[in-house]
Design a protein around this ligand. Structure first.
Ligand SMILES: Cc1cc2nc3c(=O)[nH]c(=O)nc-3n(C[C@H](O)[C@H](O)[C@H](O)COP(=O)(O)OP(=O)(O)OC[C@H]3O[C@@H](n4cnc5c(N)ncnc54)[C@H](O)[C@@H]3O)c2cc1C
Length: 363
């Protein structure tokens, strides 16, 4: 997480530090608000308020805000598009810095695209690359992400012929980083040690990405457009639309050769709901906010899916989204109180695909 773990500080001391930080930041950043609800800044549309909320409109503003928060010893969280996180109902004690630094420079001759880390990948960044007839980013059309979030998680999607998974690391040449001591460093691709849903950023919460340079290849515009259209169509057919069914994309990490969604589907979990959170009928690895879902609802539904899949299929699913802020006392995952749309309201859901049960080796 690009954040500082909450230091043990009394509420009154935190209030004093936040007031001092607010004063220090006022000349540096244009947008600064207190007790700002975070739900609107996430794709799940869930989560309580941040004590202090700042928007950074350039890499310099982002760096200034992070450095000031550290100087004042205020816990901080750097927010991109909020597409891979669940914010707790109790909100975030400290400062949330929403990264909107979005300056992009394209050099068609060398194929290099330099983008500040708050640049939104789809559509602005991809459109800019396509306008310069450059290939490498179009594969991620339709995925909500900032450049910083994309490097954090190593954004990925299927290749145009669907034969393999493509990763954004394939086009990352270098990145400009803000280090813990406030210095800036430009590092190359290898620094990130990219893996599936992984980069060094996961284990270096002290490092913030300010900008990235992508190295793209020349391509005919019709090829780029065709990839974009086919990927949007693919997503539209398989994923719930964000505009009407808010989500954080896939909740559980992939399990090689099986797939978290397939395991949950085999357990008959599509349509299962707790409060306002539901496993969508479109994809059993995606939980949606049907309206008014709380973070507590989502955590309980996650727990329910994990327990059911483990009991029925022998796999323990782990979450891939980040849990941010204060979730309060979640209590025990309820044995009752959930139902799916077919009215199944208690006990073990129908499921356990025969093929899955036959495959004993995976246990
Ligand atoms: C509908 C939907 C579909 C999705 N489909 C896919 C998909 O096909 N493939 C895929 O890979 N993902 C997918 N995702 C997940 C999500 O899009 C990616 O994980 C994305 O990269 C998140 O970017 P973000 O800007 O929203 O990051 P956020 O959710 O805002 O932040 C995620 C983490 O990155 C850190 N971070 C953000 N910016 C910086 C920075 N500048 N420096 C350091 N750390 C930073 C944050 O602190 C946080 O820890 C999907 C999500 C949704 C909602």
């Amino acid at each position: 997480m690009a954040h500082v773990e909450p230091v043990s500080v009394s509420p009154s001391e935190l209030t004093t530090r936040l007031a001092a930080l607010r004063e220090a930041l006022t000349p540096e950043v244009r947008t600064i608000r207190e007790n700002e609800p975070l739900a609107p800044y996430t794709t799940f549309k869930i989560g309580g308020a941040a004590d202090l909320f700042v928007e950074a409109h350039s890499a310099d503003e982002l760096a200034a805000a992070v450095v000031a928060a550290r100087e004042h010893e205020v816990p901080l969280f750097v927010l991109g598009l909020g597409a891979n996180i669940l914010v707790g109902d109790g909100g975030f004690r400290g400062v949330v810095i929403r990264n909107r630094a979005a300056h992009v420079e394209t050099d068609a001759a060398s194929g290099r695209v330099w983008a500040e880390s708050g640049t939104v990948v789809w559509e602005p960044l991809i459109r800019q690359a396509v306008a310069a007839n450059l290939s490498g980013l179009e594969h991620y059309a339709g995925i909500p992400s900032s450049v910083g979030g994309a490097l954090w998680q190593n954004l990925h999607f299927l290749s145009p012929d669907r034969s393999r998974t493509m990763f954004i690391e394939e086009v990352v040449e270098s990145a400009d980083l803000l280090m813990e001591d406030g210095s800036r460093e430009t590092v190359d691709h290898d620094w990130f040690d990219f893996g599936y849903d992984f980069s060094t950023l996961h284990i270096r919460p002290d490092v913030i990405v300010l900008a990235a340079t992508f190295r793209l290849a020349p391509e005919a515009p019709e090829v780029l457009t065709s990839t974009i259209e086919s990927n949007l169509e693919w997503r539209g057919a398989r994923h719930p639309p964000l505009a009407t069914e808010p989500s954080a994309g896939s909740i559980f990490k992939k399990i090689d050769g099986v797939g978290a969604g397939r395991l949950a589907d085999w357990c008959g979990l599509k349509g299962t709901r707790i409060g306002g959170a539901m496993v969508t009928h479109k994809h059993a690895n995606i939980l949606i906010n049907t309206g008014g879902a709380t973070a507590r609802d989502v955590r309980h539904l996650i727990g329910y899916v994990q327990e059911t899949v483990e009991r029925e299929q022998g796999y323990r699913l782990s979450t891939e989204i980040g849990m941010i802020g204060d979730f309060g006392d979640l209590g025990d995952v309820p044995a009752h109180g959930w139902e799916n749309e077919d009215g199944f309201t208690d006990g073990v859901p129908p499921g356990g695909h025969p093929e899955a049960h036959a495959d004993a080796e995976r246990r």
